[in-house]
Ligand binder design. Structure first.
Ligand code: C2O
Ligand code: CU
Length: 476
């Protein structure tokens, strides 16, 4: 009898694993799939990889080859896969002609691993190396990029995705696609200089002239009509916002954002991602008779100069496979219990984003000197940040090292509850969030339009005792 029970259990486990069967045709994602980093460590709880920043030839489309700045020779960098709680070891080496670092956007790393020279880590010089070694505590889609001259380096191609999966899958969508959205400015086969357009370029935030999904211009995905897919997207562009629409406005079920799954899911026909943001959606694309199904980017109005003379652009073409369509079914809902951050007694922090007249540069009120704009926090303190944007354009503000919960105008938590690390603050608007600052260090907050960050929209929150005078050599 006992043997029988064991046998039944094994069979059941098997059934659970193999029930996640693909519904898509073979090779459905071959033209868009990311290259994955090779895990060199046999321990199932350790992911150990090599990552090398180097200039390499990249084809963003057939016949469009350029020398780009890459991780491991590809655009984007390799997809790193781990599970929540794993230890990630990255042997990083720098073969670029400039110093660089790797910042792990959204990951709650210890401060020594945060990748900001002058604040948390020395720059890795040309020919140098550094070993990043930390635990990835939370599930979600994260990404990595340099924090040295980042407008230039990210714009040249240095970014990649880090997917941290739940230890226990609650979504059950077997067909998953990670999509790194970006753009690149190439003129006559050459990268455009990072200062093109001068001060006006800084103000507008430079966008590339080629839109990319996983480093490809207008790639193709084959799909089975009506079969469920999970898309996990990150906006790695240095300035561009993505406002996405599928076909004639097919529905997406948004199940997660920056810091993993949300409290509950919400259906949307448009997906907006500011630079740095991530989104996790379920979608069951339907063939639209007579027209190819296209994922498009609609111009997003982030202020003066951002939509004029712009048109809708195609991002990816979806081709229906010769398989029988799936029966119509509502998109599934996904739930996660998220604890509300307690705002009682939260320390109020007010930040005003401003345009410094005369210099034509951005700033945080109280600046330009670091002393005036850095936020201080006791270790473990909860703060209520109120960010008002008086700086003409929208600014996506990113906080390193922590997730926060967004509040509405009345100070109530925005539902569904979700963990965010990057939030768009529209022009002339105020955004609020609660954050519990429970890990020591000097953590950056800045606009993720990287030209804006470099033009002054950045500072730090110093949690616990932070060495004074540790900010001078700071280069973003
Ligand atoms: Cu995504 Cu300070 O960075
Ligand atoms: Cu900005």
């Amino acid at each position: 009898m006992r043997y029988l029970v064991i046998t039944v259990t094994i069979v059941l486990c098997h059934a659970v694993i193999s029930h996640a069967q693909t519904l898509q045709p073979q090779g459905w994602d071959a033209k868009v799939k990311l290259t994955e980093a090779v895990d060199l460590n046999p321990d199932p709880h350790v992911v150990e990889i090599n990552l090398r920043a180097e200039i390499a030839p990249v084809d963003i489309a057939t016949g469009v080859r350029s020398q780009l700045w890459t991780y491991n020779g590809g655009l984007p960098g390799p997809l790193i896969r781990a599970r929540a709680g794993d230890r990630l070891i990255v042997h990083f080496s720098n073969a670029l002609p400039q110093p660089t670092t790797v910042h792990w956007h959204g990951v709650q790393v210890p401060i020594q691993m945060d990748g900001v020279p002058g604040v948390s880590q020395d720059a890795v010089i040309t020919g140098g190396s550094f070993t990043y070694d930390f635990v990835v505590p939370d599930a979600g889609l994260f990404w990595y990029h340099p924090h040295v001259m980042s407008a230039a380096q990210v714009g040249f191609g240095l970014y990649g995705a880090l997917l941290v999966e739940e230890r226990e899958d609650t979504v059950h969508a077997p067909d998953e696609l990670v999509m790194v959205l970006s753009d690149v400015a190439i003129d006559n086969g050459k990268l455009e200089p990072p200062d093109s357009g001068g001060v006006l370029g800084d103000l507008l935030g430079r966008e590339g002239n080629h839109l990319l999904v996983n480093g490809k211009e207008r790639p193709t995905l084959t799909f089975r009509d009506g079969a469920l897919q999970r898309w996990r997207l990150v906006n790695a562009a240095k300035s561009r916002y993505f406002d996405l629409v599928l076909g004639a406005g097919q529905p997406f079920m948004v199940i997660g954002v920056d810091g993993g799954l949300m409290e509950y899911s919400i259906q949307r026909e448009r997906l907006v991602l500011a630079p740095g943001e991530r989104i996790d959606v379920l979608v069951a694309p339907r063939a639209e008779s007579g027209t190819p199904l296209v994922l498009r980017a609609v111009p997003f109005n982030r202020g003066f100069g951002s939509v004029e003379f712009r048109s809708v652009e195609d991002l990816m073409t979806l081709t229906p496979a010769a398989l029988p369509p799936m029966a119509a079914a509502p998109l599934p809902q996904v739930r996660r219990s998220i604890e509300r951050t307690d705002g009682n007694g939260a320390k109020p922090i007010r930040l005003n984003l401003v345009l410094n007249k005369g210099e034509g540069q951005f700033g945080i009120e109280g600046g330009p000197f670091w002393e005036g704009t850095r936020v201080r926090a006791e270790l473990g303190e909860t703060q209520l940040w109120t960010i008002t944007n008086k700086a003409t354009w929208d600014h996506p503000i990113h906080l390193h090292g922590f997730f926060f919960q967004v509040l509405d105008d009345k100070g109530d938590p925005v539902r569904p509850l979700a963990w965010k690390d990057t939030i768009n603050v529209p022009a002339d608007k105020t955004m609020r969030f609660l954050v519990r600052l429970d890990r020591p260090g000097s953590w950056m907050y800045h606009c993720h339009i990287l030209d804006h960050a470099e033009a002054g929209l950045m500072s730090t929150v110093d949690v616990g005792k932070v060495k004074e005078g540790s900010h001078e050599a700071h280069s973003h």
